[in-house]
Design a binder for this molecule. Structure first.
Ligand SMILES: CC(C)(COP(=O)(O)OP(=O)(O)OC[C@H]1O[C@@H](n2cnc3c(N)ncnc32)[C@H](O)[C@@H]1OP(=O)(O)O)[C@@H](O)C(=O)NCCC(=O)NCCS
Length: 347
């Protein structure tokens, strides 16, 4: 049987080789680019090294469970938690129970074990192990141009007809709306964002602590993507922020709303930040804007802003160990704040 213990500095080469075998050369190259930032520079990295477990057999590494430690606010209490991320078992050793041993080791050592955007195999394993399934995190799209509604697999003529029919509606939802507040872009989250988080955190039953240290690490220092960030200020105080980026996809240009925070009852605040992103997306020539939102109030505001729900593939599981909670906790997720920015989904 394999021995499971924590990652040590000298393991990097063998872990890289296993990663290449399981996920392929391109993913392994992307992983190497992110690794130091993702595991070593995380402000919640334990003093004794990254929160990664390895399955060893002699000198060989045959499995890994790499996680992202965060602080999690649950019903007003803050606990240690970790997103499960790069989990892998050597192909010739899969389906022999090793994955389950790695999942259980991670779960035993954290106050809450969380998984987002799962592969088919890990989702099935979470289900087999009866992890509370709270997903998927709903996905929303706002069309900005008639290209936004193109359907893959439809003929050019059918897509042209669809564009012509939907154009008046697209123009209506995409029209410019006024900003009701002072919004400006920033390149650093100062301590006032920590105070803001502390003011609004009790209003969510589940949310990763979004203080300045976390936000700077996640959205300013990330080496693999460049984010734009806008903040909303009211009476000299932070009232919210929104993180977004533009990218080209196979079917057009997309603006991703990656993360945001406002008080859930500050409707004007989030609407203003969303309208800011609308302008930025238009300036970047995007065909649509995409966002993921769990919170019922935020979902309502997205709809009010011209977003509509589309099928989401962002599966989400969560298991809180540090607090004793009724099973109903996992069924009432309307006040949970989870976005694309959580875990390492945007990579
Ligand atoms: C996910 C993974 C780590 C699980 O490890 P494992 O050692 O195979 O898992 P176990 O043997 O403990 O558990 C097997 C269970 O996992 C699920 N599972 C594993 N591989 C699966 C697959 N290819 N398709 C569907 N379910 C699968 C099933 O529930 C399976 O139970 P079953 O054999 O009774 O059907 C491994 O499959 C893997 O490395 N996958 C490729 C990398 C990956 O997708 N990582 C997850 C990124 S989010």
């Amino acid at each position: 049987m394999a021995d499971i213990d924590r990652y040590r500095t000298g393991d990097k080469r063998l872990v890289d080789a296993l990663y290449r075998r399981v996920f392929g050369i391109d993913s392994a190259a992307a992983n190497r680019l992110r690794w130091k930032w993702q595991y070593n520079n995380n402000p919640h990295r334990p003093d004794d090294g990254p929160l990664i477990w390895l399955a060893r057999e002699g000198q060989t590494i045959i499995g890994q469970y790499a996680t992202m430690p965060v602080r999690l606010s649950v019903e007003g209490q803050e606990i240690d938690a970790a997103w499960g991320m790069d989990v892998m078992v050597a192909p010739e050793r899969q389906r022999q129970g090793l994955g389950e041993v790695l999942f259980r080791t991670w779960d035993r050592n954290v106050g809450a074990s969380l998984g987002l955007g799962l592969s088919e195999s890990s989702y099935r394993l979470f289900q087999k192990m009866r992890w509370p399934d709270v997903g998927p995190v709903p996905c929303f799209v706002k069309p900005l141009t008639r290209r936004a509604l193109r359907r893959p697999g439809w003929s050019v003529a059918a897509n042209r007809l669809l564009s012509a029919v939907t154009l008046p509606w697209v123009r209506l939802v995409a029209r410019t709306r006024p900003l009701h507040g002072e919004v400006r872009t920033i390149r650093h989250f100062d301590d006032s964002f920590t105070s803001f988080w502390e003011r609004v955190a009790p209003q969510f039953t589940f949310a990763v602590r979004r203080d300045a240290a976390y936000l700077n690490w996640k959205y300013i220092q990330a080496p693999h993507v460049r984010y734009a960030i806008a903040m909303l200020e009211r009476d000299g105080l932070v009232a919210g922020y929104i993180v977004y980026r533009h990218l080209r996809e196979a079917r057009g240009r997309v603006t991703l709303v990656v993360d945001w925070l406002t008080a859930p009852d500050d409707h004007a605040g989030l609407l203003t930040l969303l309208r800011w992103v609308d302008r930025e997306a238009r300036a970047a020539d995007s065909d649509k804007i995409r966002a993921f939102a769990m919170h019922a109030g935020f979902r309502k505001l997205l709809r009010q802003s011209g977003y509509f729900a589309v099928k989401s593939s962002m599966e989400f599981v969560a298991k809180i160990n540090a607090l004793s909670l009724p099973s109903s906790f996992y069924k009432t997720t309307d006040s949970w704040h989870v976005t694309l920015g959580d875990s390492d989904q945007d990579r």
